[in-house]
Design a protein around this ligand. Structure first.
Ligand code: PLP
Length: 360
């Protein structure tokens, strides 16, 4: 059995140790005689799995007491609706549009209230982060929304916006648990786990308690109210048990690795290997403004679509998989999530260097 280097943006690479542990425990979980997949979500075994997952997650991210951690379903796209349905009290929200995911979130929110796009980088195909220090924040705004790491374009909001006292809501899907965060700076942050945390099917929401309210947009389904899930400890209905279990294994792995400061350092080191190469390459170029570069998702192009296609095919044949960029950017994209080993980036850069010598 051999593993490839998988640069997919999501679903994405998971730690091999986690996969092996899950395999080991697959048929008989801790002497229960059954798989986690076969257990009642009300069983003691699963309750322990969920409790440990939440505790480890809280410890890793440093989630304060007055925030709830919810394990939900429906993916990122469901949060695009849940956020406005639950938080738009005054029916006004300000959105910062730095890519397609923020744009989609803003569009969804329009169904529930007045949406102001207070900053956007659409003019240059989302290749930079606009100045967010003095935005025209509406007095009535219920929250300011960002997508903090733009998976498709490879930019990150490295400095959070000045929200002028309004609550910040952030989609952290593609940077979740890649570095420490100060949770107190957010009213709500959420991430789909399939980018950096676990198997698709779980969305983790971290929400300050005072934002969990009875009054929501009229007609909001029970399943789409944060209060439903907060009151029942993420066990209102059958949760995606197996996926939560695998997320829990990833949290244990992250703790064994030394936690999020260690991950941040490792991730920065890995990204630097690729960025340093790109900055001196005569063939390959990064596509975003340097100061806004993402450590997680790194798009690059040759400027020649045929050569891009040749590169992607040859890289794939050499075991460097899923390097094709998003169709709106073209070229290539390497996602270097927590579970991508340093050897993966080193191998990629060696391969790029050889390709450059053969093709320039
Ligand atoms: C992938 C992604 C989404 C969409 O998530 P789904 O679970 O597919 O709905 C939203 N935001 C970001 C930043 C993403 O990377």
């Amino acid at each position: 059995m051999s593993r490839v280097f998988n640069f997919s943006a999501g679903p994405a690479v998971l730690p091999e140790e986690v996969l092996r542990k899950a395999a080991e425990e697959m048929v008989d979980y801790h002497g229960s005689g059954m798989s986690v997949m076969e257990m009642s979500h009300r069983s003691k075994d699963f309750q322990n799995i969920l409790a440990a997952a939440e505790e480890d997650f809280r410890e890793l991210l440093g989630v304060p007491e007055n925030y709830k951690v919810l394990f939900l379903q429906g993916g990122g796209n469901t949060q695009f609706a849940m956020v406005p349905m639950n938080l738009m009290r005054n029916r006004v929200a300000d959105y910062i549009v730095t890519g397609q995911w923020a744009k989609k979130a803003a569009k969804e929110a329009e169904m529930y209230g007045e949406v102001h796009v207070v900053a956007s980088s659409a003019d240059k195909n989302f290749s930079y982060i606009p100045d967010l220090s003095n935005l025209p924040i509406d007095d009535q705004a219920d929250y300011v929304y960002i997508c903090q790491n733009n998976t498709i374009y490879g930019t990150t909001i490295h400095e959070l916006p000045n929200t002028k006292g309004k609550d910040l809501v952030s989609d952290v899907s593609s940077m979740f648990l890649s570095e420490p965060m100060d949770v107190t700076k957010y009213g709500l942050l959420w991430g789909g786990v399939q980018k950096n945390v676990g198997p698709a099917g779980v969305t983790i929401v971290v929400i300050r308690e005072d934002l969990i309210r009875e009054e929501v947009f009229p007609g909001t389904p029970t399943m789409l109210r944060y209060k439903t899930h907060a009151d029942s400890g993420s066990l209102y209905n059958t949760p995606p048990c197996y996926n939560i279990y695998v997320c829990g294994l990833v949290f244990q792995w992250l703790k064994e690795m030394g936690g999020l400061s260690v991950m941040k350092q490792r991730n920065e080191e890995k990204a630097a290997i690729l960025y340093d190469y790109l900055d001196q390459s005569k063939l390959f170029k990064g596509t975003v403004v340097k100061k806004d570069r993402s450590v997680m998702n790194i798009p690059f192009v040759t400027g020649n679509a045929d050569l891009d296609a040749k590169f992607i095919a040859e890289a794939s044949a050499a075991g460097l998989k899923n390097l094709k960029g998003h169709r709106t950017v073209g070229g290539m994209r390497a996602s270097l999530y927590n579970a991508m080993p340093k050897a993966g980036v080193e191998t990629l850069v060696q391969f790029m260097d050889r390709f450059e010598k053969d093709n320039v």
